[in-house]
Design a protein around this ligand. Structure first.
Ligand SMILES: [Zn+2]
Length: 567
């Protein structure tokens, strides 16, 4: 009998130590959230709004102008930096969502330096109604506002780390039809909404909701001076109110060009080349076709103006609110069907690489900015080469003037008008010469560093981070054959990302740790005539190349991602 009791005690001991050991191996996963306001404190010292261009007329010529500063009286929503930190064992990741148009990689270097043990991802929601943080739309106060945003990012990550507590995870996905549209042919949309729910282990209370969906937050009129986080801000407010948490929105594959409003496409009269799109609002005289995106909420129809790209501010706000209410319904439906997942390990990896700046206008703009506004240098550090030319120009200009002054002192003679004119001519000539050199050589000379990232939470959640606005064709893939008008239409597509990801739930988050512009599949690149999709009579191709680093970008980004996923 005694032997039996001893045996039972022994078995108990073995079981107990087994549980203790397994508990040790399965360390708890912790999470913390935090948010910091980045609404400008002094609107007078705010950069202009970023993202829109206003068409204006100067002496009968059509020119584009940047929008104005935001108005304090027309604030639709506040702007925020929101951070979710997740920690398991010795791995800590910080996912940061910022209500701005984009953030260049070099303006985020300080975050990585401030948190060397944290794997930081900072992604812009791409709202078009926030102050410029890239220096593309504004020349004043960009550095000042950027510093304000930078310090908010640091405080937000720090705040989230302070809040770390044991959590559980659940996740779900849904497809959304009718709330986003492709502005650029071919018509391909990644319409998946992925949602991650983080709950406190002890109380079950919702700590954070992470939403990943793809569409441009650009619902205001181009002349608008409203400050707004656009639909992501309104959606996040709805979620925070319902669940009493701090949520985050991350945009996905929005290139190519995904909007939440109407799309203006072109087709050749008499030809049907839109792969089954309806013949709605087609104007035979111009070849234009407007594809309005109609949606409503509880009988309230979202206002639209299909014949102009200007929605007035009140209509813009109404449209945003109705869109966000629709998206919120989808978040709730995902919540109802969510799957609980075990996050027993975290994978976090990064790949840094170079891409050529083939876009000569990128190079030119940078150069001109540095020539005129030193403020720009803060955000343009990573464009090597441009510095060389801007310094060369400044040096040559000064050199010419110094030579002239020395000569004048030596000869003690007054220079004639001719000499001064000659000097101005030399400086102008140098300017034009360097301008020309940059224009023709930029695509062979300039590179910038950028990065791709991958995070995996347990076995079921995979998150790919791309440094710009990815074409949906490269997120979900397509079997569409590119139009013969595309410059490289015979090439095959770069492999799409989502089919390459092993986990069941595949998140693709754009504008992450950089904003290199549109990431366009090479086979869709269209700069040379004839332009694709029945546009041979048109004076310009479809929009996007102007805001892309180049035709090789997609191939380099995707090949680095493939290597990163295999590592
Ligand atoms: Zn964009």
């Amino acid at each position: 009998m005694r032997a039996w009791i001893t045996l039972i005690k022994l078995v108990k001991l073995v079981f107990l130590s087994f549980f203790l050991l397994s508990g040790f191996c399965n360390a708890l996963t912790l999470a913390g959230v935090s948010k910091e306001k980045i609404t400008p404190i002094d609107f007078q010292r705010s950069p202009r709004l970023a993202g829109y261009k206003i068409s204006a007329s100067l002496l009968g010529c059509s020119i584009s102008q940047n929008p104005r500063k935001p108005s304090e009286n027309l604030k639709h929503t506040d702007l925020y930096v929101r951070t979710l930190v997740i920690k398991h064992d010795n791995k800590t990741i910080a996912l940061v969502s910022v209500d701005v148009i984009g953030l260049f990689r070099n303006s985020l270097e300080f975050v990585h330096l401030a948190f060397p043990d944290v794997f930081c991802i900072i992604s812009a929601t791409h709202t078009h109604s926030a102050p410029d943080t890239l220096g593309v739309w504004s020349t004043e106060y960009v550095g000042e506002y950027l510093a304000f945003v930078q310090s908010a990012i640091i405080r937000s990550i720090h705040g989230a780390i302070q809040q770390l507590k044991p959590v559980t995870f659940s996740v779900g996905t849904t497809k959304i039809i009718g709330l986003s549209q492709d502005y650029r042919l071919p018509f391909v949309i990644d319409n998946n909404m992925n949602v991650l729910f983080v709950n406190e282990l002890e109380t079950g209370k919702m700590l954070s909701v992470l939403v990943n969906w793809s569409a441009h937050p650009a619902n205001f009129g181009k002349g608008s001076i409203n400050l707004s986080g656009d639909y992501p801000a309104v959606l996040i407010n709805l979620i925070d109110q319902k669940f009493g948490c701090i949520s985050l929105f991350f945009n996905g594959a929005i290139g190519g060009h995904i909007t939440t409003s109407w799309a203006k496409l072109f087709k050749k009269p008499g030809k049907d080349g839109f792969s089954g799109l309806p013949d709605e609002n087609y104007i035979p005289e111009t070849g234009e076709q407007f594809l309005p995106l109609n949606f409503e909420f509880e009988g309230k129809v979202a206002p639209r103006n299909a014949n102009s790209n200007v929605l007035d501010d009140k209509k813009g706000i109404e449209r945003i609110e109705i869109l966000a209410l629709n998206l919120f319904e989808f978040v709730k439906s995902v919540y109802a069907d969510r799957e609980t997942v075990d996050v027993d390990h975290i994978i976090a990896k990064r790949k840094i690489f170079e891409i050529p700046i083939e876009n000569r206008f990128y190079a030119l703009n940078q150069w001109l900015y540095i020539g005129n506004k030193l403020e720009k240098s803060i955000i343009l550090k990573n464009y090597s080469g441009i510095f060389f030319f801007s310094y060369l120009l400044v040096f040559l200009s000064f050199f010419t003037i110094i030579v002239l002054v020395i000569k004048r002192k030596k000869s003690k003679t007054k220079y004639s008008c001719k000499t001064y004119l000659f000097t101005i001519f030399v400086i102008l000539f140098l300017n034009i010469g360097i301008y020309g050199l940059i224009y023709y050589l930029s695509r062979y000379m300039y590179v910038t560093n950028t990065e791709v990232n991958y995070v995996q939470l347990g076995d079921k959640i995979g998150i790919v981070f791309v440094p710009g606005e990815l074409y949906p064709e490269l997120s979900i893939g397509t079997s569409i054959v590119p139009d013969v008008g595309c410059d490289y239409h015979n090439l095959s597509w770069e492999p799409p990302i989502k089919p390459l990801m092993k986990p069941k739930y595949k998140f693709v988050i754009g504008l992450a740790n950089d904003e290199i512009g549109y990431i366009i599949p090479k086979c869709l690149w269209d700069e040379k005539k004839p332009y694709a999709y029945h546009r041979e009579g048109m004076s310009s191709p479809q929009y996007n190349e102007a805001n892309s680093a180049g035709y090789d970008t997609a191939g380099i980004v995707i090949s680095n991602l493939i290597r990163l996923l295999k590592e």
